[in-house]
Design a protein around this ligand. Sequence first.
Ligand code: ADE
Ligand code: ZN
Length: 333
Amino acid sequence: MTNTSATNPPKIELHLHLEGAAPPAFIRGLAKEKKIDIGGIFDEAGHYKYTDFWDFLRVYEIATQPLKSPQDFHRLTLAVLEESAANGVIYTETFLSPDFCGGRDVGAWREYLHAIREAADIAERQMGITLRGIITPIRHFGPEKARETARCAAETAGDWIVGFGIGGDEKSGHLSDFKWSFDCAREAGLRITAHAGEWGGPESVRSAINDLDVERIGHGVRAIEDLALVDEIAEKGIVLEVCPGSNVALGLYPSFRKHPINQLRDRGVKVTVSTDDPPFFHTTMQNEYARLAEAFDWDDGVFADLANTSLDAAFCDADTKARLRKKLEQAHA
Ligand code: ADE
Ligand code: ZN
């Protein structure tokens, strides 16, 4: 069988942080326009520079500093979607942080969201890519700020803001500290995901399932350290938003070959593939596909399954899914 590394099949991406997808040149340009000094976060080649996950979080927050207005997020959204569309992505769910969009004030957040959605509409018309938003508190900012974020989420929940998740430092506090925020988002109709099993072990994945009742898990890969948990994830149909290139770049696994995605898949877990924060990790969706094909001999059939599993797990409405499904079917006919 052939593999897909030389082609560009339609892709569905479920785990992408909007600020984390900002091209470094875009952030540098914005910083220059606004005369903001963010020197020190780039290496000599102009890429983001960090030493480990916790340093990555620090650099990430500095990189958001020039993003100060709804118009900045409009431009960012267009830049990010242009890159995604070039990689064959036809549908993306992106994490949006009211922390970086008006400091969790609901009125300000509405303005940022309006600007992001306007950009998404342009991208849909011009590039054929569909975007939906997942609101995300940042774990190390603490449960109190997460409540404010949840209020922003509840106020803007609907057919575009479709989910609620949590990112940030998995070692900060406990997921159960955020239960109120997740209940608030769920009551507003939002679908639930959470970062777990990246820097936390299997116990963090259990907590996401038992304390937050997640449908999907961001990463979740360290469930592999507890096979009973892997079987539970498979039986419950919980979907993993796996970001292999991110995990390898941050040193969680030494290589794609040593990454557990294939084992998880073989054991019946619904795995999907995303880039997380692509320029930080020197990756793209095309690159993820090529490296997975190479490491595990995945062929066109595996990637077609992957796209269908991802679309099944998307938080968008049924009409949007049906429209996207047709695109996948056409490509695989
Ligand atoms: N925020 C952006 N990328 C992240 C990651 N990989 N883990 C946790 N929080 C994040
Ligand atoms: Zn992430």
